[in-house]
Design a protein around this ligand. Structure first.
Ligand SMILES: Nc1ncnc2c1ncn2[C@@H]1O[C@H](COP(=O)(O)OP(=O)(O)OP(=O)(O)O)[C@@H](O)[C@H]1O
Ligand SMILES: [Mg+2]
Length: 345
């Protein structure tokens, strides 16, 4: 990133006195430099490129971080060829550079926080759901993941001075559980005009994991002229889980998921937006103590998520959200409820 031209862009921020009228730097995006393709590597012709792509290696960085043995195995290449490809990828990949702490701090100042309108959840998250972040909400079925997605979609359209982003929402629905009626209920719960709220939530049904990934490109295309402030993928993992079954498929699945997460994170960075993904849990029967459930998606997702919230049902219709992983906040829990009007303390 440090190798690219320092192009400045501005973002309008309306609710922060300090930042008003001040042009804010935006991280250069990958669109600004012509991307080097795997075919551009010396010794990689169309046949090898196809092998690499089939094995899930479609960019240089994915190759640069491999070991020769693993790449040879996964892409069915000779080890000498694999070594050469990795060496070239290391030289040509955009590994990213170092940025000074004060530059990062300046970028952090752009971060906005979306209110859940539930005090205990906002407190748990240090004020709300942050932009430039990928938030993963995981839990068993019926734990309320989709309810959080709907509620935050509504809240995103709230004016800035009410804790919203006055923004547009893209909602990728993989399980056919998006319900405009539910949005209407929650909008009324905040005294908002349901039709105006619905008009700002752009929903697409994803039919399989490839389609789901293509929809992210579609968001990039459609976002011009909109104030994209939130992207929701509900559920992130269900198609991947259903399509890639068994150990042999795991590496492929994780590579694709990784690429999908990178694309989503890029949307968050470019738009100073919040990405919210939901995820299921699977049971870990060998757990001797503690909660025997774990989020699926493995290390790839664990590393990609900036915040992870674990939802559980509690007694008397109450819900518990646990903050599991945060770069700058203590782990903790809060209790809230799901009502007809939406999430409440
Ligand atoms: N209108 C409503 N009023 C009150 N509670 C509601 C309403 N709609 C849904 N709920 C609550 O939300 C629950 C469903 O939660 P949700 O669909 O968010 O679960 P989920 O975690 O997304 O599950 P899955 O893994 O199956 O997608 C219902 O069981 C109910 O308790
Ligand atoms: Mg759901």
């Amino acid at each position: 990133m440090a190798t690219k031209s320092k192009k400045k862009a501005t973002i309008e921020i309306e609710n922060n006195e300090d930042l008003q009228d001040q042009p804010l730097p935006v991280m250069p995006t990958e669109d600004e430099a012509p991307e080097v393709q795997i075919e551009d590597l010396p010794g990689v012709g169309p046949a090898t490129a196809e092998k690499l792509r089939e094995a899930g290696f479609d960019d240089l960085l994915a190759l640069a971080v491999m070991s020769a043995g693993d790449l040879a195995d996964q892409a069915e290449l000779g080890e000498a060829v694999a070594t050469k490809i990795i060496g070239a990828a290391k030289k040509m990949a955009n590994i990213g550079g170092f940025v000074s702490g004060d530059a990062l701090l300046e970028r952090r100042r752009e971060v906005l926080k979306l209110t859940s309108k539930v005090q205990s959840i906002d407190d748990l998250l240090g004020g709300g759901f942050e932009t430039q972040a990928l938030v993963e909400v995981y839990g068993a079925f019926g734990s309320g993941k989709t309810q959080i997605g709907h509620q935050l979609a509504v809240n995103c359209t709230l004016p800035m001075d009410e804790g919203g982003f006055d923004g547009d929402v893209f909602y990728i629905d993989t399980e056919d559980t998006f319900r405009p009626e539910r949005i209407t209920q929650m909008a009324r719960g905040h005294g908002l005009d349901p039709d105006a709220v619905l008009a700002r939530i752009h929903v697409a049904r994803a039919y399989n994991s490839d389609h789901q990934m293509l929809l992210v490109d579609e968001i990039k295309r459609m976002s011009k002229g909109l104030n994209v402030k939130m992207i929701i993928v509900d559920s992130l993992t269900s198609h991947f889980r259903a399509e890639y079954i068994g150990r042999g498929m795991l590496a492929n699945r994780q590579q694709k998921l990784n690429r999908h997460l990178k694309d989503l994170k890029q949307l968050a960075d470019i738009n100073n937006a919040l990405v919210l993904v939901t995820n299921q849990v699977h049971s870990k029967p060998d757990a001797m103590w503690g909660d025997p459930t774990k989020p699926i998606g493995g290390h790839v997702l664990a590393h990609a998520s900036t915040f992870r919230l674990y939802l559980r049902k509690a007694k008397a219709g109450r819900r518990i959200a646990r903050l599991v992983d945060s770069p700058n906040l203590p782990d903790g829990e809060c209790v809230y409820q799901v009502t007809q009007e939406g999430l409440r303390d």
